[in-house]
Design a protein around this ligand. Sequence first.
Ligand code: RIB
Length: 314
Amino acid sequence: MSRSVGAVLVAGSANLDFVVRASHVPAPGETVLGREFATFPGGKGANQAVASARAGAVSTRMLVALGDDPQARVLEEALVDAGVAAQVVRVPDLASGTAFICLSDDAENAITVAPGANTGLRPHHLPSLRGVSHLLLQLETPLDTVATFARLARDAGVRVVLNAAPATTLPEGMLDSVDVLVVNEGELTALTGRGTVAAQIARLAVPCVVVTLGERGCVARRGAELFLQPAFPVDAVDTTAAGDTFCGALTARLSEHAGLADALRFASAASALACTRLGAQASIPARTDVDAWLATQVDDPARRAALAVYCGTP
Ligand code: RIB
C-alpha cells in the first residue's frame, strides 16, 4: 500500500527585497557607491514556500502576515504565481516586511530586515492542519508564535521542520517540538556553542539535524547516522535565498517520502542553481530544471572527503 503524500504548510515571513549591487558590502561607518537597483519578492518564509512549490510538493500552503499596502499585493501575487496557496493575515497598521540587501560582486550579501507586518503573526493564527504532513518554520516572525505553532503541529502529528534563521537564542523547550532542524554554521554555533560541526550536532537532541555549509555542502545527522552531501560547484552571482531554497526543496522532497540522502542531494542542487540567478524568489529553480541539471552532475569523492574532514566526522 502506498503512503499518502501530505501538503507542506509554511508559516513565516514575506519581505520585499530592495537590492543594490556594489563592489563590496560596506564596513560599519563606510558608504559605498553602488550600481544597479532592483526589487524582488523575498522573505525567508515566502522564499521557502516558493521553493517547496517549485520542487513539486503535492501542495504548498503559506500562512503570512502582510500590511495593507502596494507591497503586500506584490508579495501575495508572487506566492500565487508560484503555485502557493496563500492564507493572509492582514495587519493594516504596519507596512509589509521589507529587506535592504547589498549584493557584492563576489556574490556575498548583507541583509537588514524591517519586519513590519511580519510581527503581526500571532499564535492563534495557525490554520487547520488537516492534510498537512510538514510544517516549515523560520525565525523572522515572533518567537512565541513560532514556538506555539511547532508545539501544536507536533501534537497534531505533523512533522515540524525549523530553519532556525536568523541566528538567535531559542525559547526553552522549543526544540522538543522539532523533527528536522536546518541551520547554517553561525546558527548552529548560536544554539550549541563552539566545536567541530560533528560535535556541535551531537549536542542537539533533535531527531534530524541538517547543517548547510555554503560552498562546502551540507551534513545531516538522523539518529546515529551521518549523511554528507558535497555542494555542486557553480559560478555564483547571488547567494540570497540559497538557504531558503534548500529548506523548501528539502521539505518538499521529505513530504513525498524521499529518503534523506536523496532529499539532501536534490535540495543541494536546487540551492546551487539558485545561486546562479539574481534575486530571492526569482532565482528558485523548478523541479524539472533541478532534475535535468542533477542528471549531468557527478559526485566527486575528493569533495566528500574534504567535507568529512571539515565537519570532523569519523
Ligand atoms: O534568506 C533571504 C531572505 O532574508 C531575503 O529574501 C530577505 O527578505 C530576508 O528575509
